[in-house]
Design a protein around this ligand. Structure first.
Ligand code: BYC
Length: 334
């Protein structure tokens, strides 16, 4: 998907905005003002590059770490059909991680650097994946609510000013829609089942609702990055506005499903034309993103082990590539 742009940064022939920094900055600003895309070969301010690497790599890490809570249930899915669907979904998440790492690599950062930042705790990943999946209903709730929140957050990113990120998001959002529908469908089947199944769904909704609302990030007043990323057309809608859109859409879906959202403060506000909801526990949010959530240590340890266990694959691939290159050189010399 990204190889369409072979002029990567670092290639002198690829700098399209010639001139000194001031004129390059002016060209960049004009593109921003016209809402045009920035491509890898275009000049961009260091801070724009850095913030994109931060957001895209953290997004990639979230997809990869996000495979773990649901992956735990592949061997315990209640039917062959549900197992096949879950396998496909978890593989999709792996694919999203790969598109996103590729998009970040076009900014002159390497996969090794990004993975190292995750494994050493320097890079964040979404808070939501530090909560445990205790029952099969949790898998449905991840699809319905977590992927639902992800779509709400990611649709505006399809219009992000950085071309490779925006294009990756278009495909990812299409796949996330299937994920959300499969989660809702799994929960609907349980809600039409026994009392025990309905209780299991309600319990899962009760545990996930507030952490899902925190996925959108801190309140706008505490969002350190928003002003700049919105000025750069990376982020299009603020954390609080997206959270509100998600609440408004989800209340109606909960009614169809027949579950109660666990917030006594949730009520329609005629004047605002939106649902009001209770204040969120931001201390919990900061604890979780700073490494002290219920599953942070387990998630990171699992990722590090998977990376170490996969070392032989990377070594074998490099040895194979070296052999092929040597054969090619021999053939050319003959
Ligand atoms: N979790 O200034 P703010 C998925 C950090 S994967 C952790 O508002 P920003 C899925 C934030 O990074 C979905 N950290 O930040 C996968 C910043 O710290 P740094 C993942 C969070 O960037 C598998 C600080 O708090 N989606 O759907 O303007 C299975 C201040 O925040 C969180 C994306 O990554 C959080 N929830 O806005 C199923 C979407 N929130 O970096 C599903 C792309 C905030 O300055 N990312 N922080 O140290 C974004 O849209 C934005 O980065 C955010 C945060 C809305 C998340």
């Amino acid at each position: 998907m990204y190889t369409q742009s072979l002029d990567l940064p670092g290639n002198p022939a690829s700098v399209t905005a010639a001139g000194d920094d001031a004129s390059r900055q002016a060209a960049f600003d004009a593109r921003m003002a016209a809402d045009n895309k920035i491509e890898p070969q275009d000049w961009m301010p260091q801070a724009y590059r850095k913030t994109l690497v931060r957001q895209i790599s953290q997004h990639a890490h979230s997809e990869i770490v996000g495979m773990l809570p649901e992956g735990n249930w592949i061997s315990r899915a209640p039917s062959l059909k549900r197992k096949a669907i879950l396998l496909a979904k978890v593989q999709d998440e792996g694919g999203h991680g790969l598109y996103l790492y590729s998009a970040a690599e076009t900014l002159n950062t390497s996969r090794d650097e990004m993975v190292d930042a995750l494994h050493t705790g320097r890079a964040k990943y979404s808070s939501i994946f530090n909560y445990p999946t205790l029952t099969w209903a949790d898998v449905g709730v991840i699809g319905w609510l977590v992927d639902g929140a992800a779509i709400m957050n990611q649709i505006p990113l399809c219009r992000c000013s950085y071309g490779p990120y925006a294009r990756a998001m278009i495909r990812i959002c299409k796949e996330e829609s299937f994920h959300q529908r499969q989660g809702f469908d799994a929960l609907l089947a349980m809600m039409r089942g026994t009392d025990a199944q309905r209780e299991m769904v309600q319990d899962a909704v009760d545990r996930w609702w507030f952490p899902v609302l925190m996925m959108f990030g801190p309140p706008d007043s505490a969002s350190t990055n928003s002003a700049q990323t919105m000025a750069w057309g990376i982020k299009r809608i603020s954390n609080d506005d997206l959270r509100q859109k998600f609440v408004d859409a989800t209340v109606e879906q909960a009614k169809v499903l027949g579950v109660t959202l666990p917030d006594p403060g949730l009520q329609w506000n005629v004047e605002r034309g939106h649902y009001d909801y209770s204040p969120l526990d931001w201390d919990e949010f900061w604890r979780v993103i700073n490494g002290d959530g219920p599953c942070n240590r387990e998630r990171l340890a699992t990722r590090v082990k998977a990376h170490e266990d996969g070392a032989w694959v990377r070594e074998a691939a490099l040895a194979h590539a070296a052999k092929q290159a040597a054969r090619e050189t021999q053939r050319e010399a003959a």
